[in-house]
Design a protein. Structure first.
Length: 377
């Protein structure tokens, strides 16, 4: 894929014929026969359900075949269609083919589509707490977010908040740790950020704003040109693999390690009625397939970022770390952003407290295990 190019229910009812044995000379046999007939009818209704083909509409915020996110959803659709023996057919509608990219939440909420694949931080305008399910600056890694979701209360909080919008979410991938962005000039101290125009969304953007940066929001297709022409001085995107496809290295050679998006969740979210109407078997297939997609996308980012980083350094990209004073100021700025948002939104406060306490517990373990190991291997 080049830089600029960046899917009713129909019933196939099994014809069933029900033989009812009837023996007039034997009352007991007649009674037995009625019981048997009832049982057969019950079994038949199960068979009929099994042969019903469920057709679901899934719209995404990504273009068709978009690397990792788009192709990952395509794999999910194939897995569900195959695992269900064809009893589920998901029709996939990439970005803007049925629903505009950032209208998928509302479309699923209203029941115009059954499922969407996107990212929770796009909906922070509806409820700022949603951005926390995407991850947080200086927050949890992808592994920690998975642990919090499954075993720390994350899923319960997320599903409770989304239920007000008639939605039922699953994790549907994770970008894994993101890089800190591309800069045209080196950042040697906090003062070098003053007045810089940078494309950086979400909570990270709010933190950068407190450091003197002018955060700019631009559609994906306009970022490269804006950076090339100096309309912006810097941009973050995702990680080496997707960043390389965007070509940023050609116009901004300084590539910084990140702290603003350490593990951004992607979501596979169902209209709540569409989810409730699925059979137990179909729910099970969906859940397992979503989990597979969640894991595989995360690993795909890890693998492809590793190989892409080498290509980028071979092209002369200069790897950088933010200076200590920038990191220190960013942590303090984050505290202000969290305090303000928590005072304005009780949902934000609740989700933040859950995520934050889980992070502290996880950190106490990872500090003596993973962190030490990574430093010595
Ligand atoms: Ca990003």
């Amino acid at each position: 894929m080049k830089r600029r190019d960046f899917i009713t229910t129909s019933s196939a009812l099994a014809a069933g014929s029900f033989l009812s044995a009837c023996n007039d000379s034997n009352r007991q046999a007649i009674d037995y026969s009625k019981i048997k007939e009832k049982k057969e009818k019950k079994l038949a209704s199960i068979n009929i359900n099994k042969n019903k083909k469920v057709i679901l509409k899934l719209a995404t915020s990504w273009p068709a075949h978009f690397p990792i996110m788009g192709t990952g959803v395509e794999e999910f659709v194939k897995r569900v269609n195959t695992s269900s023996g064809g009893s589920i057919e998901i029709k996939l509608y990439p970005k803007n083919t049925l629903i505009p990219a950032l209208a998928v939440f509302d479309a699923a909420s209203a029941g115009e589509i059954d499922i969407f694949h996107s990212g929770p931080y796009y909906w922070k305008g509806k409820n700022s707490a949603f951005s926390l399910f995407s991850g947080m600056p200086f927050g949890m890694t992808s592994e920690e977010i998975n642990a919090w979701m499954y075993f720390g209360g994350g899923y319960e909080l997320w599903r409770d908040l989304y239920s007000h919008y008639n939605l039922y979410p699953f994790m549907g991938g994770n970008t894994n740790i993101q890089m800190g962005g591309w800069f045209k000039k080196q950042i040697n101290s906090l003062s070098d950020l003053d007045g810089l125009k940078m494309r950086v969304p979400g909570l990270g953007g709010e933190v950068f704003a407190k450091l003197g940066v002018n955060p700019v929001l631009l559609p994906a297709g306009e970022i490269y040109t804006a950076l090339e022409r100096g309309v912006i001085d810097a941009t973050e995107w995702v990680g080496p693999y997707l960043d390389m496809k965007m070509g940023f290295y050609k116009v901004a050679p300084y590539y910084y390690s990140g702290w603003h998006e350490p593990g951004s969740i992607l979501e596979l979210t169902f209209n709540k009625n569409s989810w409730s109407n699925l059979s137990l078997e179909h729910k099970s297939i969906m859940e397992a397939s979503a989990q597979e997609m969640n894991s595989k996308m995360t690993y795909e980012f890890q693998a492809k970022n590793a190989f892409a980083l080498k290509e980028l350094t071979d092209k002369g990209v200069m790897l950088q770390s933010y200076p200590d004073d920038v990191v220190y100021a960013a942590k303090n700025a984050l505290k202000e952003v969290i305090a303000l948002e928590s005072s304005k939104n009780v949902d934000f406060k609740k989700v933040y407290e859950s995520a934050s306490s889980f992070l502290q517990a996880s950190k106490s373990f990872s500090d003596v295990s993973l962190k030490k190991y990574l430093n010595i291997r």
